[in-house]
Design a protein around this ligand. Structure first.
Ligand code: SF4
Length: 367
């Protein structure tokens, strides 16, 4: 289940309307939710449900599935019913799939008005169907598919153009008294994206879904998303996030959760405080840190483990952490909750840390 809202440490969260995507609350005082998107063919129900289960196990809160064909639309009722996560159907081009997804019991619909011809004429019918089923809608504006009218007006996908597009669509829904909206204005450039969300946050009180679109392969996409989300979440902007990576979706979820934990917006779990090592290092810090991380990844209790290469900052960090090692002269002093409990040779540092970590985890579970 979703953890309780941790204490805010980044300043005021922006005040937004709240809505529900299935059992997950979005906006208002609800925790910031992590989303991802399946890469399976949606119509392949078993493969899609399998990937959704993997995403759920990784800590994903909400999943989105593409719906490009009639077979995909036909699969939505089973997927929506059997998925362990709330399912949002992602619709481009074909408004009839919007209605199919609402009928299928999807927890939400994402529409991209720039990719649906004469979308504006369909808003009344979509608003009515969505309201009848209590289905929220995300207006997902994307730099790569900006409304032709706004592209002509602004020359390119500027922050102002993205925001104008989103607010125009939102106003059409509002005219039909439909307000269960979430908005995104994605761009591949974090600078443009940040400005767009800042403008959007000032102009409306709808919850916002953050994303740097086409952020790239894992390393670049992680950096771009972390920088952009950090800048916005620092200002209290953002209610759901999706890290877009050219990598398996489980990786997106891991990165998203790490970003929220780094900002103190989710309770921290395993945190490795390891030094970069330098000319003073007296043990192989990279190897130690990698071994300890690999062995303890996925631990379900908060635990700060310090892996430090020498006595300069070693004892200080090791003492402050739940568990740590300060190394010197081929040996490691093992600290548990601030006290040296053992001194072991370098070859046994990693296994000792892992052993102590598992012991602490066992204790924590008993409490
Ligand atoms: Fe260098 Fe020691 Fe600091 Fe690690 S703890 S970076 S080895 S001075």
């Amino acid at each position: 289940g979703m953890p309780a809202v941790p204490p805010q440490t980044l300043g005021e969260r922006r005040r937004t309307r709240a809505l529900r995507v299935g059992r997950v609350g979005v906006g208002g005082d609800f925790p910031i939710a992590v989303q991802s998107m399946t890469t399976t063919v949606t119509a392949d129900v078993n493969a899609t449900l399998q990937q959704i289960a993997e995403l759920a196990a990784a800590g994903c809160d909400i999943v989105r599935v593409a719906c490009p064909s009639p077979d995909d639309a036909d699969a939505l009722p089973v997927i929506a019913a059997k998925s362990s996560l709330p399912v949002i159907a992602d619709i481009h081009f074909q408004p009839k799939y919007v209605f199919a997804a609402i009928d299928a019991g999807c927890a939400g619909i994402r529409v991209n008005p720039g990719n649906i011809r004469k979308f504006d004429d369909q808003v009344a019918a979509i608003a009515r169907a969505a309201k009848d089923r209590g289905t929220p809608i995300r207006i997902g504006v994307n730099a790569g598919s900006l409304d032709a009218r706004l592209l002509a007006k602004h020359g390119r996908a500027t922050p102002e153009a993205l925001v104008e597009s989103a607010l125009w669509e939102a106003s059409l829904f509002a005219e039909h008294d439909f307000h269960d909206l979430k908005i995104s204005v994605k761009h591949h450039d974090p600078v443009v994206m940040i400005r767009a969300y800042e403008l959007l946050a000032e102009a409306c009180d709808y919850p916002l879904h953050l994303g740097v679109t086409e952020a790239g392969p894992a390393f670049q996409g992680t950096v771009k998303s972390a920088v952009a989300f950090g800048a916005l979440l620092r200002q209290g902007i953002g209610d759901t996030i999706r890290v877009s990576l050219s990598a398996p979706p489980v990786e997106e979820v891991k990165v998203g959760l790490h970003i929220l934990r780094a900002l103190g917006l989710r309770p921290r779990k395993l945190e490795i405080v390891s030094c970069p090592s330098c000319g003073r290092a007296q043990v192989d810090v990279y190897r130690l840190a990698a071994e300890v991380t690999a062995a303890l990844e996925g631990m379900d209790i908060p635990l700060r483990v310090a892996v430090m290469g020498c006595v300069v900052n070693g004892p200080g960090e090791a003492r402050e952490a739940d568990l740590g090692v300060a190394s010197g002269n081929g040996k490691g002093q093992i600290f548990v909750r601030g006290k040296v409990v053992r001194t072991v040779p370098e070859s046994r540092i990693a296994e000792t840390l892992i052993e102590e970590a598992l012991r602490l985890a066992g204790e924590a579970r008993e409490e």
